[in-house]
Design a protein around this ligand. Structure first.
Ligand code: ANZ
Ligand code: ZN
Length: 809
């Protein structure tokens, strides 16, 4: 027989599958729908091993679902807008479109070599005008609903990428993409009102997401329950946000963010020079730098606020540890009970007033060592004295302050509206025009898409490159017909992934973002991808779906019924793979050497999928050898070696118990244990080939069941085996085998064997062993055989699990 040669079979089957449209999803096919989706890639030019990890493994699961009778939609596309295309185009002096579509073509070919069941007939790139036209349509719909607006204010600015960034794209004070520290700029920008959905986004009832993801989103949304308290100042009433209104009498000064609008008016002549210098310096720092622990900085404005209860005059300071973008941009400082305020008061010799005392405590005294932020009883607070401090009394205290008209209950979210416009080229043009007479006007729907102009000079200047295209910019006002100018910003490319899962339902639909008749395919039943998208993409797409629901486009509350994250495949050295470290594993090389099936099996085997781990180049030969053994199991004739004591029941037990485990592991997405189970089963079957079990009905069943079990994991070799065994059609449309519980769960018992009522020996057999099996096991016992020798059997009695009695004469 021929040896296993993946190269002789893989290309052949990939072609055959494509020709027969084996993986084209048909919504009218029988079976319950199952929408499996993996986060689509950016067309960077090359699929790396991480892509294989992200795509092959969920592919195996999608295939398993399909064989179990589900009608599985498993589509793929490209998240094609974004800066890398533009930067590459600048470097290579080409058009980002040319670069992008060339990459897509190449990567699609790489994808096909993986042997996935992806339905390529539904593929699209988000840079296709037919796709981004719906970004524009959505944007105008959002605008009509008051969910898109333009506003001036301080925004994050990446000086390297020369564009604004959303808060979500600033990680530890740096640009999420290039790592450059982010600056603040005061600019008028487009926003989407995601904050309208802050409360609902905290509710995960309709989506099953890993705890870690829920936690990251919850922290990002950052709900804080507290109160707003108003202080009188020379520049009018100033409201602060506090989570600790119980400490109000401990407030000894106010602090405003340096950017706060009242700073100029509150600053006295003597303090002006110092304040202005401080404001300028703060503007050059990142939020992270500003919030770092250690020495606090600040400047006194020269003005005082009136405490709403005590009437005391509290000095008003500015300091950069107070952020303009949170709460009201100002705080009441309670140094006795807040660490940052404590450090500040120490630094500048401001008074510290204790108002919360731990039960049985002695009081802080004149020179406390640290702030006390724990529980206790309220002291030094007049009518509030003796009440418990902290959570227990907050509602009561707010109610009393409300009565006096100095405070009101307030819930604050850290979440900010989504800064939506970018000053770069390769994205969706904002579909608005500016008319001197009529102001900002949306582009009428029948004029969509507003296409990106070609031949643009897009070297970043800090202004949108579209600004430089005079001809493109010039247009007419849809309202008055007069001369108008197009908005020259493009959308944040996270818009593209916010609703792409809907486009797969009907990628060629022209009347809307998707065909409402296909809504029954929603939601995505299983979504997979990297944890790095826990906030940005997932939060945005959840928001988008909620708006779509409120627009009446879907009845779903969530885009994804279930989300699971894979881990990261690291370099052999345990470090992140990168060109500069020289530890990149190229899947193309591996496929050339071992074939796609081996790479697929190895990636499933290498680590628990949700954890990932370091690559192990020596390990690849394991799955490769395994597949050779599988091949020989089916095709090698004339087996040699000593006979093995494997019974037909052993074979059935091995197959069905493996099947039962594999089913459970697929369900739980424990992929590495699936491979080890299949390897173990291979060993048993190889042994059984040289045993009495060989050729029995149980043996034939085992080969068939095993063939089907291989199909989701190693689709090419499984198809070849199927075909060579003379089976009809494709193994990938065959039914997944059913577990025979009786065979799978085998409890053995040891029972006595009698010959004519006298115990002559014992056998160990399955509790559920059928009569034939029990009797043949009994006869095989040497002592029993001796007593049967030359006798005539008149009766055989078998009580399963208890006794065998062979009556002779
Ligand atoms: C008085 C107080 C006393 C506070 C106390 C805390 C402890 P979270 O939980 O994150 O919502 N704060 C309010 N606005 C701020 C801003 N723009 N920049 C920096 N800090 C700000 O934090 C709410 C608390 O953070 C608020 O409650 C306020 O300080 C501060 F013993 O008010 B607190
Ligand atoms: Zn006009």
């Amino acid at each position: 027989a021929e040896r296993y040669n993946p190269h002789a079979i893989e290309g052949k089957w990939q072609e055959a599958w494509e020709k027969s449209s084996l993986y084209t999803f048909d919504e009218n096919a029988p079976g319950e729908k199952f929408y499996a989706l993996t986060m689509f890639p950016y067309p960077s030019g090359n699929l790396h091993i991480g892509h294989w990890y992200a795509y092959c493994v969920p592919d195996a699961r999608a295939r398993w679902m399909r064989m179990r009778g589900y009608n599985v939609l498993f589509p793929m596309g490209f998240d094609a807008f974004g800066l890398p295309a533009e930067n590459a185009a600048i470097k290579n002096k080409t058009d980002p479109a040319i670069w992008t579509y060339k990459n897509i073509e190449y990567m699609t070919r790489q994808f096909k070599r993986m042997g996935t069941m992806l339905d390529w007939s539904r593929s699209f790139a988000t840079s296709d005008p037919e796709y981004y036209r719906w970004n524009q349509w959505f944007f105008i719909e959002f605008y009509k609903r008051g969910l898109a607006y333009k506003k001036g204010g301080f925004v994050n600015w990446c000086p390297k990428d020369q564009t604004v960034l959303a808060n979500e794209q600033v990680v530890d004070g740096a640009c999420e993409r290039c790592g450059t520290p982010v600056e603040k700029r005061n600019l008028s920008q487009w926003y989407l009102k995601i904050t309208d959905y802050a409360e609902e986004l905290l509710d995960f009832t309709h989506t099953d997401m890993p705890e870690k993801v829920r936690l990251m989103q919850t922290n990002w949304i950052g709900k804080s329950v507290g109160a707003e308290v108003t202080f009188e100042t020379p520049a009018g009433p100033e409201t602060v946000f506090t989570t600790r209104p119980d400490t109000l009498l401990g407030a000894t000064f106010l602090v405003l963010a340096p950017e706060h609008a009242k700073v100029a008016e509150l600053t006295t002549t003597e303090q002006r020079a110092e304040v202005e210098a401080y404001v300028a310096a703060a503007g050059r720092k990142t939020d992270v730098e500003r919030q770092q622990e250690g020495e606090k900085t600040g400047v006194f404005t020269g003005s005082f606020a009136t405490h709403p209860i005590s009437g005391h005059q509290l000095p008003i300071w500015i300091a950069d540890y107070v952020l303009i973008s949170y709460g009201t941009g100002s705080i009441m400082a309670v140094p006795a009970h807040d660490e940052r305020d404590f450090a500040f008061a120490r630094q500048f010799g401001l008074p510290i007033q204790e108002v919360i005392r731990p039960e049985g405590g002695e009081g802080m005294g004149e020179h406390p060592e640290a702030a006390y932020s724990g529980e206790g009883l309220i002291v030094n607070s007049g009518e509030f004295d003796g009440m418990p401090g902290g959570k227990a009394s907050i509602a009561e205290i707010i109610a009393r302050l409300e009565e006096r008209g100095v405070a009101r209950a307030k819930t604050t979210y850290r979440l900010r509206d989504w800064l939506f416009a970018r000053q770069r080229y390769w994205g969706t043009p904002i579909p608005f025009v500016h008319c001197e007479k009529c102001g900002m006007q949306p582009v009428p729907e029948d004029q969509l898409p507003v296409r990106l102009p070609g031949n643009v000079e897009f070297t970043p200047t800090g202004q949108s490159p579209l600004k430089l295209d005079e001809q493109w910019k010039r247009t007419t006002c849809p309202n008055c017909g007069g001369e108008a100018e197009r908005d020259t910003d493009t959308m944040d490319t996270f818009v593209d992934s916010s609703w792409y899962m809907y486009r797969y339902l009907s990628p060629d639909y022209h009347e809307g973002p998707f065909d409402p008749q296909k809504a029954g395919l929603l939601p995505v039943d299983l979504y997979t991808g990297g944890i790095e998208h826990a906030i940005l993409h997932l939060l945005y797409s959840r928001f988008w779906t909620k708006v779509m629901r409120d627009m009446g486009l879907t009845t779903q509350h969530e885009p994804f019924a279930r989300l699971r994250n894979q881990g990261v495949i690291l370099g052999e050295d345990g470090e992140k793979m990168s060109k500069s470290r020289g530890n990149v594993v190229d899947p193309d090389d591996l496929v050339r050497e071992y074939g796609a099936d081996t790479v697929r099996a190895f990636l499933m085997f290498i680590a628990p999928w949700e954890l990932g781990g370091p690559w192990d180049s020596r390990g690849v030969s394991g799955p490769s050898k395994w597949l050779s053994r599988v091949w020989n199991l089916y095709f090698e004739e004339g087996v040699s070696g000593p006979q093995e004591a494997v019974s037909e029941a052993d074979v059935r037990h091995a197959v069905h118990s493996a099947l039962k485990r594999v089913d459970g592991d697929f369900e739980r997405m424990s992929f590495n244990t699936i491979i080890s189970t299949l390897m173990e089963l291979t060993n048993t079957l190889v042994k059984a080939k040289r045993s009495p079990a060989f050729g029995t009905p149980g043996w034939n069943e085992a080969l068939d069941v095993f063939n089907r079990m291989l199909a989701p994991v190693v689709p090419h070799i499984a198809e070849e085996i199927w075909h060579q065994r003379g089976q009809e059609g494709s193994v990938h449309t065959a039914a997944w085998p059913q577990v025979d519980e009786g065979a799978a769960v085998r409890d053995t018992v040891t029972i006595g064997v009698q010959v004519s009522g006298r115990v002559r020996g014992e056998v160990t057999i399955s509790k559920a062993a059928p009569q034939d099996e029990a009797l043949s096991a009994a006869r095989a016992n040497a002592e029993v055989a001796k007593h049967l020798d030359g006798k005539q059997v008149v009766k055989e009695i078998y009580v399963p699990g208890r006794i065998i009695n062979i009556v002779v004469k």
